[in-house]
Write a protein that binds this ligand. Structure first.
Ligand code: A2P
Length: 271
């Protein structure tokens, strides 16, 4: 069974979910339907991914009670600002075909807009349109700026995180503030699966390098959302609760850190 974490506002979230970035609208219905069939209960999409309609249809047609599912979506950079965000939210909700969203995130810290965007998320939270609000790709300095005007604290910060990129000061600040960390591209987009450390630990535990990586996130207390459109890999990525890494294994994985990104730098975003 997938462990459940409690966010600072009391809302529960499955610690492992399915990410659907780069899942095309043609693939999204099948991909999400299959994931739900094999036990995923947490789906992470975004307005930017252009697959909300198919993701929503897969969720609605799954027959799984809505309250057993956790759905995240995000406001895109060019939708930021107070009124625009409220409109963008309505559009995401409409495309997903859901009565409420579990978690709504600011996708990237558009510096001159995110405080106003956050005010809109606070309204959505207060109005009960969403069960929780948070941010994505915020570094410590962005979070500090947000906190200057925020009334409601973000409950999560979703950042690029894998053994090759661990932003220690942002993670430490989030921990201090009770903000849960969610890892995007937790597998480093499959770029590092042949790393000798991963290969060695995979053989030691009779698991795959991808499973070693996911287990590293789980044991570090991160929420993790690996993406796969393939049935066998979705299954594989879920099968990480029957073994554990020991202290030495974790130390070896920690030594992989190299400041290597697979995505954009939060200080260099475009609109
Ligand atoms: P695919 O969707 O074809 O399975 P991340 O979540 O870090 O962004 O990584 C996603 C990438 O990793 C995708 O290219 C995905 O390909 C691939 N992937 C997902 N799960 C596995 C796995 N268990 N083994 C190998 N590659 C995987």
């Amino acid at each position: 069974d997938i462990p459940v974490k409690e966010l600072a506002n009391g809302v529960k979230i499955p610690q492992l979910g399915l990410g659907v970035y780069k899942v095309s609208s043609e693939q999204a219905y099948e991909t999400v339907s299959n994931a739900l069939k094999i036990g995923y209960r947490h789906i992470d999409t975004a307005s930017y991914y252009q697959n909300e309609e198919e993701v929503g249809r897969a969720i609605r047609e799954s027959g799984i009670p809505r309250e057993e599912l956790f759905v995240t979506t995000k406001v895109w950079n060019d939708e930021q600002g107070y009124d625009r965000t409220l409109r963008a939210f309505e559009q995401s909700k409409e495309r997903l075909g859901l009565d409420y969203i579990d978690l709504y995130l600011i996708h990237w810290p558009v510096t001159d807009r995110f405080p106003e965007t956050w005010r809109a998320l606070e309204k959505l939270d207060t109005d009960g349109e969403v069960r929780a609000v948070g941010v994505s790709n915020f570094l410590k300095h962005h979070l500090k700026t947000l906190m200057e005007t925020a009334i409601i604290k973000p409950v999560v910060n979703q950042i690029e995180l894998h053994p090759k990129l661990v932003e220690k000061s942002t993670i430490a600040y989030c921990k201090e503030q009770g903000i849960e960390i969610e890892s995007w591209s937790p597998l480093g987009r499959a770029k590092y699966l042949d790393d000798p450390v991963l290969v060695e630990l995979a053989s030691k535990h009779d698991k795959s390098p991808a499973q070693i990586m996911i287990r590293w996130h789980i044991q570090n207390d991160y929420i993790v959302i690996p993406k796969s459109t393939k049935k066998v890999r979705q299954q594989e990525n879920l099968a990480v609760f029957d073994f554990s890494l020991d202290k030495k294994d974790l130390e070896k994985l920690n030594q992989m850190e190299a400041g290597e990104r697979v995505g954009s730098h939060p200080d260099h975003i475009t609109r």
